[in-house]
Design a protein around this ligand. Structure first.
Ligand code: NAP
Ligand code: ZN
Ligand code: ZN
Length: 346
């Protein structure tokens, strides 16, 4: 077994703290890499606080993981020691169901294996990227460009693919008016991809102080959702809303901002059911849809697209000892625009 250092929550009511654990030995199809950086996703916080479902504790969060390969199994073909490598939200899946065969491992009919807070095919709990090293099946390890800033690449593995995938699926681009709801980790990547794909992008935000940043990220317009005048001007105007909000919010209000035939794409996962009044969707033949991360082929496509277009995340690099402070700021919406842990500080 491989002795590993990490930061874990021992229960939903305790802060993260140092914790030593073991990872499996590198099997024939496995890649081991030393973790250089790990992004901090709001899903990490939802899960250590049991906001979605009872978690597996101790829990080592982290699914935006980049580093350098240190060991490969005898059957590994795509990776060599010394190369950069990355892992996102999944470490395995059944690889045989209809969804897996189409590269939609995130929708694996037999349940994919989460990078943490999940159990591997061997029944052993998985532990995430707030740690010094990781062992993952080759099929779920991604290639990243050495031309991009490595810490700023880390958030692409979740925030990046989670916003890229629905924009591609719904063919959002030139001629579309896209609203990105919530300017946090996912939201700021949604803006970058929406702009890169040619859409007119409006940020819908609760934070007036983020306007200048939104424009710097490429957004064409910025609307403060509590400002009645500003909202009046965008009623019935969007083809798509990409909803990245992590907390409960009023869907009926946001549906009123869509055009006829508009689609509200949910990627945020607030810990409550969403209350939609029938008239919210009947009037204007509107759709409410959802999307979960992205499959492995599409994640590689997104990473290659980012390398070509020079797209990375805007990050604040932190010491791992400051993780609880970072979570506190994230809950307040004070993220500019992704915290990334420098794993040298572990
Ligand atoms: P984040 O960085 O905390 O960003 C969320 C943003 O939502 C905040 O910065 C804030 O932006 C806005 N917001 C917060 N509370 C709000 C409220 N009550 N009403 C309206 N807006 C509010 O979080 P994240 O890491 O981007 O994650 C966002 C959500 O996506 C989380 O629920 C996460 O679990 C989920 N997620 C889903 C997937 C998936 O596969 N579908 C993948 C990753 C994450 P403003 O200041 O601009 O208002
Ligand atoms: Zn995530
Ligand atoms: Zn499957």
């Amino acid at each position: 077994m491989i002795a590993t250092k990490g930061y874990a929550a021992q229960s939903p009511t305790t802060d993260l703290a140092p914790w030593n654990f073991e990872r499996r030995e590198v099997g024939p199809n496995d890649v081991q890499f030393d973790i250089a950086y790990c992004g901090v996703c709001h899903s990490d916080l939802h899960q250590i606080k049991n906001e979605w479902f009872p978690g597996i504790f101790p829990m080592v969060p982290g699914h935006e993981i980049v580093g350098t390969v240190t060991k490969v199994g005898s059957a590994v073909k795509k990776f060599k020691v010394g190369q950069l490598a990355a892992v996102g939200c999944m470490g395995d899946s059944c690889r045989t169901c209809e969804n897996c065969k189409q590269g939609l491992e995130q929708y694996c009919s037999n349940g994919n294996v989460g990078t943490y807070n999940s159990k591997g095919k061997d029944g052993v709990p998985t532990y995430g990227g707030y740690s010094n090293t990781i062992v993952v099946r080759e099929d779920f390890v991604l290639h990243i460009s050495d031309k991009l800033s490595l810490p700023a690449v880390a958030p692409l593995l979740c925030a990046g693919i989670t916003t890229y995938s629905p924009l591609k699926h719904w063919k959002v681009g030139k001629g579309h008016k896209l609203a990105v709801l919530g300017l946090g980790g996912l939201g700021h990547m949604g803006v970058k991809f929406g702009v890169a794909l040619g859409a007119e992008v409006t940020v819908l935000s609760t934070s007036p102080s983020k306007e200048a940043d939104a424009k710097k990220l490429g957004a064409h317009k910025f609307v403060v959702t509590s400002d009645k005048e500003q909202i009046k001007n965008v009623k019935g105007s969007f083809d798509f809303i990409l909803d990245t909000v992590s907390a409960p919010h009023d869907f009926n209000f946001y549906l009123s901002l869509l055009k006829t035939n508009g689609t509200h794409i949910l990627v945020g996962v607030p810990p409550e059911n969403i209350g939609i009044h029938p008239f919210g969707v009947i009037g204007g033949r509107k759709s409410v849809a959802g999307s979960s991360i992205g499959g492995i082929p599409e994640t590689q496509e997104m990473l290659d697209f980012c390398a070509e277009k020079n797209i990375v995340s805007d990050i604040e690099l932190i010491d791992i000892k400051d993780i609880t402070k970072a979570y506190e700021r994230m809950v307040k919406g004070d993220v500019r625009y992704r915290f990334v842990i420098d794993m040298k500080t572990l």
